[in-house]
Design a protein around this ligand. Structure first.
Ligand code: NAD
Length: 497
């Protein structure tokens, strides 16, 4: 298919000398360093952004704290906050194609996916969370305090915004996950500093500009760009950051949790996964193959909940393997701006190298691999998709998070073996079960160790469905009606009369 034409507004945005977004305006960074933003389809530099210094981060935190302490947002009537956030969703809808193109150009994913999940998903999640602004409730409590004799008490709780929140964002869904990190904090009345990934910073900068246009007061939504071990660490260590809301890799999540523990800053962590699918002998093979294709290869497998391990009961193994093999060997590879390409480049040269090295190691260890089509000529961070059949657990890609278009398929003798092997991982983000048996659909999910279990589906999310990890996949849940709890403190008020 012909490449999607880059809009003039997108070209104009890319050409800007991006600064930091602090207190409602573009601010030149104190630091001189610039970070390149690459187009993964070509390897060309398409923009540069600031590599914020600790001094820059301090300026952003000061702006956020000033706005928080001044009460310009947290004390605003909730219905007014809700209206402003709904207006932000409308502006994202107005600029949806600009945001989608920016996302494909900086991240590499298909423009179709950018339209549906990045700019489309951003609108849906902003609207959902905007509505929560007006649903913050406390409780009135009956108490039995005995002293002094004869005294009576009325007690109640209220929820207050936690303070200044740092939202730290990964590169796989920069706009959608950016919304998940920033918007619940805003809905709760917090002031925020967003730190997008240094690889994919552009859409968060655009979102901050839209937030000001929507009426979010200056200083309430700030963006600092920069490296994780620079701007990211400075944010996490800053004494005026009350809460860190992080999505990213497990090792970085652990180090952030350690930092937060030193000053008991609040922290929520959405981390990595090595997500299994269990296919029982009574499953619908067509549904399994199409469902797992999406679950394993969407966004080139760069999805935290992606299905990367499939355990199939023996009677169905050959048919599922043949179906997935047919898919993997025929998927077309091309740039994200080609809406017809089924596999697009990975996000960066480093990610390409990492995934390729997992595949090379597996080949060296003699793994049985089915490889997809050759990568296109002309540069770009492509990796051929791969299906690995019955790998030994010693092969690293069988147990570690690869975050690429790689799926393992393993024959098991029984449903119990599948369950044991599926749970045998330090991760616990998501899992799926494929079956036509109501009995199995009811009995298995409670025994599967993951924060989300899909039956006859995988990787489908909704703002009303809590999402997050067990074990080393994280702490806390995003989405759902309790989403704002992580951005509020409960205060008890006890009145004697
Ligand atoms: P990453 O951990 O390398 O980086 C994430 C963010 O943290 C980036 O903004 C980075 O600059 C910043 N960062 C890095 N080091 C830091 C430090 N020491 N202090 C503060 N900030 C720091 O992750 P990534 O490579 O961008 O994203 C891929 C990972 O994210 C995968 O492991 C994936 O599973 C995970 N992920 C999880 C979810 C989920 O909801 N559970 C969703 C998407 C991605």
């Amino acid at each position: 298919m012909p490449l999607t034409q880059v809009l003039p507004d997108v070209q104009e945005f890319l050409a800007r000398p991006h600064g930091l977004y602090i207190a409602g305006q573009w601010v030149a960074p104190n630091a001189e360093g610039r970070l390149p933003v690459f187009n993964p389809a070509t390897g060309a530099v398409i923009a540069t952004t600031a590599d914020a210094s600790p001094h820059d981060v301090d300026n952003a935190v000061k702006a956020a704290k000033t706005s928080f302490d001044g009460g310009v947002w947290r004390l605003m009537p909730p219905a007014q906050r809700e209206r402003i956030l709904l207006r932000l969703a409308d502006l994202v809808e107005r600029d949806a194609e600009i945001l989608a193109q920016l996302e494909t150009l900086e991240q590499g994913k298909s423009i179709t996916l950018s339209r549906i999940i990045e700019s489309g998903g951003a609108q849906a999640w902003i609207r959902y969370v905007a509505g929560l602004s007006t649903k913050i409730v406390g409780q009135s409590l009956d108490v039995s305090i005995p002293l002094p004799p004869g005294a009576r008490y009325t007690t109640y709780t209220c929820k207050e915004p936690v303070g200044v929140v740092a939202g730290i964002i990964p590169w796989n869904f920069p706009l959608a996950i950016g919304v998940w990190k920033v918007l619940p904090a805003l809905a709760a009345g917090c002031s925020v500093i967003a730190k997008p990934s240094e690889i994919t910073p552009l859409t968060m900068l655009k979102l901050a500009e839209l937030a000001t246009e929507a009426g979010v007061p200056d200083g309430v939504f700030n963006v600092v760009t920069g490296r994780g071990n620079g701007a990211g660490e400075a944010l996490v260590r800053h004494p005026d950051v009350a809460k860190v809301s992080f999505t990213g890799s497990t090792p970085v999540g652990k180090s952030i949790a350690r930092q937060c523990a030193t000053r008991l800053a609040r922290v929520s962590l959405e981390l990595g996964g090595k997500n299994p699918a269990i296919v029982l002998a009574d499953a619908d093979v067509g549904q399994v193959v199409s469902g797992l294709t999406l679950a394993g290869f969407l966004n080139q497998g760069q999805v935290c909940a992606a299905c990367s391990r499939v355990y199939v009961e023996a009677p169905l193994f050959d048919r599922v393997a043949q179906g997935l093999q047919d898919v993997v060997t025929t998927m077309s590879l091309g740039p994200g701006m080609d809406a017809g390409a089924q596999i697009n480049p990975l996000v960066s040269a480093a990610q390409q190298k990492k995934v390729q090295s997992y595949l090379d190691t597996a080949t060296t260890m003699g793994a049985d691999m089915v490889m997809g089509r050759d990568v296109p000529d002309g540069g770009g961070f492509y990796v051929r998709p791969a299906l690995v059949l019955n790998p030994d657990d010693a092969v690293p890609l069988a147990r570690e998070e690869v975050f690429g278009p790689v799926m393992t398929l393993t024959r098991v003798a029984s449903a119990e073996e599948a369950l044991t092997r599926a749970n045998d991982t330090p991760f616990g983000l998501a899992a799926s079960l494929w079956t036509t048996s109501l009995q199995a659909a009811m009995a298995f999910p409670p025994r599967m160790q993951a924060g989300t279990i899909w039956v006859n589906s995988h990787v489908m999310i909704d703002p009303n469905m809590p999402f997050g990890g067990m074990k080393e996949s994280g702490m806390g849940r995003d989405f759902g009606t309790a989403w704002l709890d992580g951005f509020t403190e409960t205060k008890s008020i006890c009145i004697r009369y």
